[in-house]
Design a protein around this ligand. Structure first.
Ligand code: HEC
Length: 197
């Protein structure tokens, strides 16, 4: 090791140093394992699901929910597509302006139940279950939830509480009342040729 080559240190100092280094490394490892265990229990999706879901979002959801998931008012049959990304996403209760959702979002599975039944609003239930899971994985990731490498599916989603995300939104001062939906934003649908200038 490089440090062994420095002649000014007495060799007897090294065992103490290395003991301490090992203890710190071990403590860090324990903390990491505990954190990973907590994460595993709470959330589960893969990076591949997130990548595929991002593309599905762009093609199937952005025309109403906005290219960055910010929500668009009066976008479809006088209905507002609420934000799906950002501090106010997925509140426990439907917002007062909502006409289609009539139940609480408690776990990620509730989001799936809703989205797979009635979204995209203009083509309900038109995607495969896999596509719905992928797009939900993307939305979770975009909302700051971390990938843990396990597949997001029905069983995993039922274990994934949204309480943490909803609590963070409350702490940030975002109540369950509606976010002011952005007005006058035209839906952006990108083709392969890029956005229209
Ligand atoms: C044609 C417009 C349209 C498209 C396309 C669309 N949505 Fe929506 N979406 C809406 C509207 C309008 C609402 C509000 C429904 C209500 O009033 O309860 C909504 C609500 C939702 C909600 C409930 C959000 C909440 O906080 O209650 C989810 C989840 C959702 N959409 C997911 C999706 C996904 C995923 C896609 C793409 C696969 C998609 N939507 C595509 C119009 C659309």
């Amino acid at each position: 090791m490089l440090i062994d080559a420095i002649p000014t240190h007495k060799p007897s100092e090294y065992p103490y140093q290395s003991h301490r280094t090992w203890r710190i490394a071990l403590a860090a490892l324990v903390v990491l394992v505990v954190q990973l265990a907590a994460l595993g229990a709470a959330r589960a999706f893969t990076a591949e699901q997130v990548d595929k879901g991002q593309e599905i979002f762009r093609l199937q959801c952005a025309r109403c929910h906005g290219p960055s998931g910010q929500g668009i008012s009066n976008i479809y049959h006088d209905m507002t597509a609420p934000p799906l990304i950002g501090a106010g996403a997925f509140p426990l209760n439907p917002r007062p302006y909502q006409k289609m959702r009539h139940f609480q979002f408690r776990t990620v599975r509730d989001i799936f139940e809703f989205a797979s039944a009635v979204m995209p609003a203009d083509q309900p239930a038109s995607l495969s279950a896999e596509d719905y899971w992928d797009v939900i994985a993307y939305l979770l990731s975009a909302n700051g939830e971390r990938v843990n490498g396990q597949m997001l599916n029905e069983d995993a989603a039922a274990q994934m509480s949204l309480a943490g995300m909803q609590e963070r939104a409350r702490a940030a001062g975002v109540s369950e009342r509606p976010l002011p939906a952005p007005a006058g934003i035209a839906p952006v649908i990108e083709g392969r040729g890029g956005p229209v200038q």
